[in-house]
Every structure is written in structure tokens, then in C-alpha cells.
Design a protein around this ligand. Sequence first.
Ligand code: FES
Ligand SMILES: [Fe+2]
Length: 466
Amino acid sequence: MNPNSNPPTRRIHMRYGGYHKRLEPAYDAELTGTDPDTPMGELMRRFWQPVCLSEQLGQLPLAIRILGEDLVAFRDHSGRVGVLERHCSHRGTSLEFGIITAQGIRCCYHGWHYAVDGTLLETPCEPAESRLKDSICQGAYPALERDGLVFAYMGPPQALPPFPEWDSLRLPVGNRLVPFSNVYPCNWLQVFENIMDHMHTAVLHNHMTVSDVDVQTSAGVSLEGFGDMPVMHWEPTRDGAGCCFVAGRRLPGGKIWVRITEMAFPNFLQIGSLVPSAARERHSCVALTRWHVPVDDTHMIIFGWRHFNAVIDPDQAGSPKDCGVDKIDFLVGQTGNRSYEEGQRAPGDWEALGSQRPIAIHALENPGRSDIGVYLCRKLLREQVRALQPVLPDSPVTQGPKDSLPMYSQDSILNLPQREGEDDRLLVMNTGTQVLAIMREADLLPSEKRDEHVRRRLDQLDGGAR
Ligand code: FES
Ligand SMILES: [Fe+2]
């Protein structure tokens, strides 16, 4: 990787032509870089970001690195969560070696004592009359906990947004949210945009048994039809602040399975059913909530919740106990917790994405029609980055989304008899886009009415056949 090299040949058509591709062009810094004072870094900082799991905040402080910043997270003995810059404002000792107190954290070196908001409470080595503590604050970020995840807001204080209340998080049937994190050794964008690359599911997640070693292919999780090449459609959502794919597949018995997955920029998405209910349930919604959080430019962590409820997991095939710090209960290859050989024999997303280089180089790609979603995602993200205006100190800007946000991610089964050849492909495509239109209609309704509306409209679409 050499951002300063001469522009090399992007595409060659020559046998044994490796010499002509020996130089690598620069990576796309505008979309991939999230350190302080980078364009994408500024956009990410306008949103609440998960930074660790609640269960990681115990007796000792936790050193974390988020958006290229070294931080320390802890829960003080009064129960308040602190996310502070990691190095002490006195002379730089790391607060990961600090002592948690009733009111914050005390640096181990000379005892400077900080509250969760960064207030310097004490400087015990200074004379009693010292006013030093009144002129210094440790860098601190607002933090909150939700369902086992710890979130921090790392943006301009005057732009603090409300926490996004997605309608899929609270359901009338009850919804258990189990937190998890998965660590990837690569740039955040390749893991995020992978979701728009839905065609890979028919290949990467369908070849996991080509192994002569005993590799578990899934934790009791398989989706009928998942290995078939879907009919795909992609489009922007949220006035360009998000995008989605619509994937249509034929299932036996004259059924069409429509899967929609939507992302909300800059790094949030939700995914539909992970268990066989996707192929059986008339309509089911979110099984997985994910934020794609940069650690630095070459490492990232997926933080999120596995959803467990009576609709998404009626057979209780999922496994809450297998979700947590660097583990998740579906599809092997979602974490780096296997041997290298296991990864080679049955690669998953962790191997496919982590090996695209530490930062994938877009200028070396040769995209096809199946990559439309990835390129749409990048284009819309770039527009979001470029549209971000600097926040003036006294402007009450809130960039975050508002309450009860609708999410289009879902799975539906329609009963529509199979047609011949291209006619059927068109039927599957049109059915998928009509389901998306129905999901969009529900935007206008109160969240508790959306599911009922969608089910009624699905009945109109296929005559309510079962
Ligand atoms: S370096 Fe932290 S108190 Fe001195
Ligand atoms: Fe995948």
C-alpha cells in the first residue's frame, strides 16, 4: 500500500501480466479514514456509537480504542459510566491502570481524581492552596447504557443527538436484545458495505462444507433458499441517508421469499431472520442490529444486539449464550476465533473481508452488476460526508435520527405461482419492490400499527393465499 505511488494500471488483459499490476494505488481515504479531523471521522462522531459491552465494565478500567482515539471506559462505584481520554492530563499515565472510585477514577501515578464528565476533583500531590484542578478537565465523552451495550457520543457537544429509537427494538410480543461484539482486522467500510453485497451469501455461505475436516457449518441455523442466486434490486432510502437491497428467491410450493436489508448511514444496519423462520413466517423483522465501529483505519468491531422473540425465533433455534464478547450464534466465520486452517477450509465473512487488505483498495476492483449495491452505498456515503457542515459553537444542531424510526429490514413469504423463465424473474423482482413499497407506506403510521398494516397489504398482494 503506497498512497504516493504513480497511478498504476487498474485493469489489465494480458496473460502473465502480474508485473503490470505490481504497484498499488491509494485507498479511498475520504470514506475509510475515521481518525480525528477526517471527513468520515467527523460524520461518525455525530452519532452515538457503541464502544464496549456492559459486561466488560467490572472492577477494572477497560482500555478501548475508538475512531483512532485511545480511551478508557469504566463504571464508577455509584454506577455511572465514564468514557475518558486514556492518558492522564497530568503527565500521561494511562488510566487503564487507574483506581475506580465512588465518584470516578483516580490515576495510579500521582492520584489525580476524575469524575465521569472529566472534572478534575483532586490533585493530592499539590499544595492545599493549589488552584490547578480548577483550570483542567480530562477529555470526556457522554456515555449511556442500553440493553448491555455502552454507547459514547464523541462529537461536538452542541450537536448531541437523541439516542435513535428504532421501532424494531421494542415489540408488542416482547423482544430480548442480547449484546455482542465481533472484531475484524480490517477497515470498517469493507465490513459495512459487505451487507449490500448480498450475492456473496449464495457463494461464501454455501461453500462452508467443502472440507475434509469436521467444521461445524452453523449453530443450528440454516435458511432454505439462502444458497440460491437471488434476483436483486438496490435503492437509496431516507433521502439518501441510507440504502437497502431487495432480494427475491423462489422457494418450493409456489412461494417467493423477499428479503430486504437496510442500512442507515453512517454505520448502522439491521438484518432480518437468521433462522428457518425466514422461509416459513409470513412476515418477520429484525434478528440482528449492528453498528460497524472503527477502532482505527485497519481494525473495526461490529457491536450489536441479537434479537430473540416469538416471531423471529419461534423454534428457539438461536442461542443467546453463544452471543457476547467476540462471539455470535450464527454462521461460522463471523469471528477470528478459529484456527488458520479452519478458516482456509471453511472461510466466512471474517476471512473474506479481512483478507481484502487492511484497507481495501477500490481503484483495483473490477466491479460487475452484482456490485451495484456496494457502489451505491459508497456513493451515498460520500454525499453524506461532503454534505456535513461544520457545527458552529452556538447552533443547536442535532444530526441524529428521531424517535420511533421505521426500519425496512424484513423477510416476507408470498404465495404466487411460478411462471416460465424470464417472466418468473420479473415476477420475483416486482414482488420484491412491492414489498419495499409496502414497508415505505408504513413510515407514516405509528410504530405499533406498522406490522398490522404490512400484513394486510401482503394479503392484498397475493390474495392472502396460504
Ligand atoms: S500522570 Fe496521572 S496523576 Fe500524574
Ligand atoms: Fe456474509
